[in-house]
Design a protein around this ligand. Sequence first.
Ligand code: HEM
Length: 327
Amino acid sequence: MAASLRILAGLAFLAVTSAALLSPFAVVGQLTTDYYAGICPNLETIVRSSVRQSMAASPIAAPATLRLFFHDCAVRGCDASVMIVNSNGDDEWRSSDNQSLKPEGFTTVLNAKAAVDSDPRCRYKVSCADILALAARESVYQSGGPYYQVELGRHDGRVSTRDNVVLPHASFNLHQLNAFFTGLGLSQTDMIALSGGHTFGAADCRFFQYRVGADPSMDAAFASELRNTCGAGAGANPSGGGFAFLDGATPATFDNAYYQNLQRGRGLLGSDQALHADQRSRGTVDYYAGSQSAFFSDFAAAMTRLGRVGVKSAATGEIRRDCRFPN
Ligand code: HEM
């Protein structure tokens, strides 16, 4: 009797956990996809249309917003701390690693926040961290990438300091990249899928110029194109303002061309090309290069996991009124 009760209890537990895994509204920690359903029912539509306007105003808006989300989540968790402006200048966005974040990403989120707060039901009820997560998804989706449900319910952090900023560098090898993403609780597959974010946007010459003519994994024709872009060769024209598209094949479209570029030695950053140069990650690169749908579904899953990093609750955070300043 006791044994059958235990079996029944076990079955009930299994039913509940598998329902939670299957349900699109599954609870993960405190995050749920329907968190604002009763609070701000039109949230997703409002953010979608605001991001559409930002993207129409600037071709940089979408890549800049996606990158902003990554740089936020990777430092102190997804709490919009990257957006805080401290009067003494000691904040994340003024760290050297964040100086290349484009203003258009910040503007996209601030505009979306203003649009959300212009709805009386939503005013001051939606966190900047959640608006950033939604704006990142919209940036991907409206550029041709996957649509995925965004888990919501993050609270905004109150702290942002320069010394906390530790981010991966363009010169990282596979081991260094894995070490960094492992620190966020993400796998090598997540890291390779998220690197696919480099399917749109651009990088300044200073991030890749050192490879031109020096890195044997770079395609020779690509190297000579980059030489024209940045100057006479490695080390030349360091502050000339030159840049190249991270995905030279389809620079404004979210697709799997990034991985196909890597197969041809046309990855722009050292950290991009390393994914194909290293045997341990090449199989995944080849898989995504051959299947856009596999890339899209792994990218969406990895973004969801990235979005859970260091999430704050009502007890540890707040709903910031102005994304630039703690309340
Ligand atoms: C794997 C480690 C990564 C490294 C070393 C890295 C490094 C870089 C660098 C150096 C740039 C060029 C910045 C500039 O010149 O303005 C860049 C741009 C960009 N990164 Fe990453 N990144 C990494 C991962 C990611 C991830 C995980 C995402 C998002 C899922 C992402 C999204 C972007 C986007 C969209 C741009 C273009 C930004 C723009 O055009 O404004 N990156 N990244």
